[in-house]
Design a protein around this ligand. Structure first.
Ligand code: B1M
Length: 210
């Protein structure tokens, strides 16, 4: 499969090409994880770099994200099919004030592909919304994503709310996102930090085994 062409489709925001190439790859039994990592994620990485360098502006980024999401919709059931052991329910969301969901969706997809049940509560999630997700859906892992330095404190607030609600001990709380570090995770009392979607799967498994 031509992963570079798929990356290009994402970079160019060409939703039709991204979907077509993903469909072709799946039809030829290319591993969905490879389509995700080598094609889609690689393309979005370039988009991020171009945005940073002011070569891309918000509209270009949005169409790239749309192309990626359309292709991701095809991959999701395939990743889920590779249902591995250790299923647990993960309540995942982007924290309050933060609308970035591409990384969060990738983490959710990778977790889903590893056999976890995903309760995706979306973006701009208040501490109460995370608690509601856990109480109503029976989540045992809480996964918080933040892309803005200004929204990182909401992770701390969410952990504090779980303490106040008396259910902190019932769940493992993991965090991630571009500005997050292990030091930050330690400082707010999170159970773990993962730098990328693949490591998030390993971390979730480790936390549940601990
Ligand atoms: Co925004 N944005 N953005 N943006 N945006 C950043 C994050 C920024 C770094 C760009 C920059 O200035 N260079 C900057 C943040 C600066 C900072 O806080 N230090 C920024 C800003 C400032 C803003 C706005 C404030 C811009 C404005 O309006 N003036 C605004 C804020 C809106 C809001 O949230 N309230 C804004 C808006 C947007 C768009 C809507 C245009 C769009 C989001 C579309 C969407 O998500 N649906 C957008 C995008 C796309 C970006 C960049 C270009 C790309 C982010 C992305 O999707 N990366 C980004 C620049 C960059 O990253 N270079 C930027 C690809 C994605 C795969 O990576 O999300 O890091 P990432 O996820 C990774 C890991 O971090 C990790 O795994 C993922 C995959 O491996 N991970 C986890 C993520 N969550 C995890 C959770 C885990 C574990 C791992 O466990 C629970």
């Amino acid at each position: 499969m031509d992963f570079a062409a798929l990356s290009e489709a994402v970079i160019n925001g060409d939703r039709n090409a991204a979907v077509k190439l993903t469909e072709e790859g799946l039809a030829r039994d290319v591993l969905p994880q490879d389509i995700l990592q080598k094609g889609l994620v690689a393309g979005m990485d370039v988009v991020g770099k171009k945005f940073k360098a002011n070569e891309f502006y918000v509209p270009e980024v949005l169409v790239a994200a749309r192309a990626m999401k359309s292709a991701m919709a095809l991959l999701r059931p395939k990743l889920a099919e590779a249902n591995i052991e250790g299923v647990a329910k993960v309540v995942i969301g982007t924290v309050r004030g933060d609308l970035h969901d591409i990384g969060k969706n990738l983490v959710a997809m990778m977790l889903e592909g590893a056999g976890f049940d995903i309760i995706d509560i979306g973006v701009d999630c208040s501490p109460e919304k995370f608690i509601q997700g856990v109480k109503e859906k029976g989540g045992t892992v809480v996964a918080m994503s933040a892309l803005l330095t200004t929204t990182m404190p909401s992770m701390k607030d969410t952990i504090a709310e779980f303490e106040s609600a008396g259910i902190r001990g019932d769940v493992k709380m993991m965090i991630g996102g571009a500005p997050i570090t292990q030091d930050y995770a330690d400082s707010i009392g999170a159970d773990g930090y993962a730098p990328d979607a693949a490591s998030a799967v390993d971390l979730a498994k480790e936390l549940l085994a601990a």
